[in-house]
Design a binder for this molecule. Structure first.
Ligand SMILES: C[S@@+](CC[C@H](N)C(=O)[O-])C[C@H]1O[C@@H](n2cnc3c(N)ncnc32)[C@H](O)[C@@H]1O
Length: 220
């Protein structure tokens, strides 16, 4: 009997995750650009951005940023997307240092290292989001601020029920993105005090996806 040679197999899902999803991400996330400047307006000093994605926040930071350190496990981006990211980094008016790693583990930064931690539409996707938030709390200076905008659990019970039902599907399509996380509870649960919180539904977005939490928190 003929023996079949073992061949490296690339699953359809890993093709979607590595080749298609990053392109969709870069396009889809640009639709939310109108909310970035306002979210990031209180950023200052040394900034840690969790979930850098394709670098869409870079042009929305205010003046006076000393440095930006970015954390994201995303690597090996399709060539076109990678070139766009490099272009955004090159145009940033502050130094950008990128780390390809997950925010769930111990971050390679000393306690209190950053004046600002920012996260935009990322807390939905981090598997152990509580661990990641505790790390953000550890590396934030006592007087520092966590700036965030995230989609999450709706306050409307009927919408939240649909978010729970559709979450398993969303986790597949969105490569780990959850629809139903109560972002304010998670942020407080990691020891932050939320000093500003705006809840709204993004324009032109179904409520299951567009229920936003935009705010500022300090390390209480
Ligand atoms: C919806 S995208 C948002 C990207 C970017 N923040 C933006 O506003 O365009 C979610 C990002 O979270 C990142 N992410 C997923 N798991 C993560 C983890 N464990 N630690 C850090 N970032 C993570 C993804 O790679 C992706 O870049």
């Amino acid at each position: 009997m003929l023996k079949r040679k073992s061949e490296p197999r690339v699953s359809l899902y890993s093709f979607y995750e590595k080749r298609i999803f990053p392109r969709l991400l870069d396009t889809a996330m640009r639709r939310l650009n109108e909310h970035r400047a306002e979210t990031l307006s209180a950023a200052r000093g040394d900034v840690l951005e969790i979930g850098f994605g394709t670098g869409l926040n870079l042009s929305y930071y205010p003046d006076g940023i000393r440095s930006l350190t970015a954390v994201d496990p995303l690597d090996d981006l399709p060539t076109g997307v990678a070139a766009r990211v490099e272009g955004r980094v090159a145009e940033a008016p502050f130094p950008v240092e990128r780390h390809t790693l997950s925010a769930e583990g111990v971050l390679p930064f000393e306690a209190g290292r950053f004046d600002t931690v920012s996260t935009t539409w990322t807390l939905c996707s981090i598997p152990d989001v509580s661990a990641a938030l505790h790390e953000m709390h550890r590396v934030l200076a006592r007087e520092g601020r966590l700036l965030f905008i995230e989609h999450g659990r709706s306050d409307a019970a009927s919408v939240a029920r649909w978010q729970d039902r559709l979450n398993p599907l969303q986790r597949i399509i969105g490569c780990g993105c959850n629809l139903n996380r109560a972002i304010d509870l998670l942020v407080r649960g990691a020891g932050f005090e939320i000093t500003q919180l705006r809840r709204f539904v993004a324009d032109r977005t179904p409520r299951i996806l567009g229920s936003m939490y935009q705010g500022i928190a300090r390390a209480a």
